[in-house]
Design a binder for this molecule. Structure first.
Ligand code: ADP
Length: 177
């Protein structure tokens, strides 16, 4: 793994809604800040309220959502930030686009793996309930595809590992303790 002291990195969390992307990014940011590192979180839900307002959940809109997020991540990367990106990023081609915008050497892909059944059981934002009531369409994992990532740098299974264990693996991944 590259030494992060040589510059920033983008950690790209991909996974189903409710898998744990936001929780991991927030907790890991606290740890990185405690080490005096500059960090920035980019979260799909937040960006859709501003920069990405008006984009929906068609494949085209999802791609545009990721393209803009990756471009913003690159800006922070260029200022040597560790950027923690939480986006479902359902398709391999979208992940590849993010990687090519950010640059292969600075893009670290983390697959936040959790079964759809467990995500639905958690239903952190009440979205799965709405999907079952047919109030939401094109929902990843149910009515829209999620490709299993081809070659992530790390797989964190949040069903079989608790938060502390996942955070330990992230620390090892980027070489900060
Ligand atoms: P996402 O950002 O992927 O939509 P969230 O982070 O909003 O998901 O929600 C994930 C939920 O799963 C939270 O309620 C969190 O407390 C819970 N959870 C259980 N185990 C873990 C774990 N190992 N890592 C992260 N989250 C976990």
């Amino acid at each position: 793994m590259n030494d992060i002291n040589f510059g920033g990195k983008v950690i790209w969390f991909t996974g189903l809604s409710g898998a744990g992307k936001t929780t991991l990014a927030n907790e890991f940011q606290l740890f990185l800040k405690s080490k005096g590192l500059n960090t920035r979180i980019l979260d799909g839900d937040d960006l859709r309220k501003g920069l990405n307002q008006g984009l929906g959940f068609s494949d085209n809109d999802r791609s545009e959502n990721i393209r803009r997020a990756a471009e913003v991540a690159k800006l922070f990367l260029d200022s040597n930030f560790i950027v923690l990106c939480s986006f479902i990023t359902p398709k391999n081609e979208m992940r590849n686009m993010a990687k090519s915008i950010i640059g292969e050497g600075n893009y670290i892909e983390v697959f936040v793996d959790c079964s759809i059944e467990e995500c639905e059981r958690r239903d952190v934002k009440g979205l799965y309930k709405k999907v079952r009531e047919e109030k939401i369409s094109d929902f990843t994992g149910i009515s829209s595809d999620f490709d299993i990532p081809h070659n992530p740098d790390l797989i964190l299974n949040t069903e079989s590992n608790n938060l502390i264990t996942c955070l330990e693996q992230l620390k090892i991944l980027i070489g900060v303790n």
